[in-house]
Design a protein around this ligand. Structure first.
Ligand code: HSE
Length: 297
């Protein structure tokens, strides 16, 4: 038995919803092939040049499959071939795609015995390996599609939200930002006044998404807790954000833990103008960048 999957990139946090909001997008995506093995081994292969580890216990997809095997007492194994196109370390959910794809694919091969929440539960072991923390904000949209709210990750409680008809422009500048580092620099305590502003934004964003009120979405895409600290790691972050808003973006910010930056817009034309601007800002300072124009998946 064999299955071939397309696994989407994801934008976690959606600016204000650190670790709880995320969305799946059309581009880029990974392709994964999974095959059931009669022996209990896990075999991981990559066809790309990212040099990711292939030893199952060190591979994001591998640890997910090991956990599924262990908890379900399986006598069978899996072979996984990963064609990775979502660049590792981009902040576009590359590790989540491998983890979610492994869980989803294994479940299909086993005859659909797990719920989507259980797939999220297993896939989070991959995120733990990649970043040190079991966060589900990339995995949940990867598995459920569209925009999701992680109401709780333990126990797993995922709320799928509306998928507004918006364009997403994302730029990935070639600078290294490790998720683990980008988490470590965050403050462990926050002021009540900042928390109030933040949960106002999160509630506004969720309401705007559900009501297709794009004005409200735009006004709510503000982060007073994480972005001010993390944006220091991303060259030209403020310039790109300001110029995107001038060009007509609804709003946007850091994608996941960065270094990618994403912007939402209502019109396709605007999303392409933003893409050109992003590219030229990085060209000017000789930083190679990859730009994606996409929709919410
Ligand atoms: N919510 C996570 C973070 C996403 O911002 O650290 C990491 O991809």
């Amino acid at each position: 038995k064999k299955i071939r999957l397309k696994v989407p990139a994801t934008v976690a946090n959606l600016v204000c919803g650190f670790d709880i909001l995320g969305m799946a997008i059309h581009e880029p995506y990974d392709e994964m092939e999974l095959r059931l093995l009669e022996t209990p081994e896990i075999i991981i292969k990559h066809t790309d040049n990212f040099r990711l580890p292939e030893e199952p216990s060190k591979n994001v997809a591998g640890v997910v499959l090991l956990k599924i095997q262990e908890e379900l007492n399986l006598k069978t194994g899996f072979e996984v071939i990963i064609h990775k196109k979502i660049k590792p370390g981009s902040g576009l959910g590359s590790s989540a795609a491998s983890a979610a794809g492994a869980a989803f694919g294994a479940n299909e091969l086993l005859g659909n015995i797990l719920t989507k929440e259980e797939l999220v539960y297993f896939a989070m072991f991959g995120e733990e390996l990649a970043s040190g923390v079991k966060h589900a904000d990339n995995i949940a949209p990867c598995i459920f599609g569209g925009i999701t709210l992680v109401k709780s990750s333990n126990p797993v409680d995922i709320i799928p939200l509306n998928s507004p008809d918006l364009f997403v422009t994302a730029v990935h500048p070639q600078v290294e930002v490790k998720t683990s580092d980008a988490r470590q620099i965050l403050k462990k305590n926050i002021l009540l006044k900042d928390a109030i502003e933040q949960w106002g934004n999160i509630a506004g964003l969720v309401a705007g998404i559900q009501k297709n009120d794009f004005g409200l979405v735009g006004r709510s895409l503000n982060d007073v807790i994480v972005e001010p600290i993390r944006s220091i790691l991303i060259p030209k972050f403020n310039e790109i954000k300001e110029k995107s808003l001038e060009l007509g973006a609804l709003g946007g910010g850091i994608s996941g833990s960065g270094p990618s930056i994403f912007m939402l817009s209502e019109k396709e034309e605007i999303s392409h103008k933003i893409a050109e601007m992003m590219k030229s800002v990085y060209d000017e300072i000789n930083i190679e960048s990859f730009v994606y124009v996409s929709k919410i998946n």
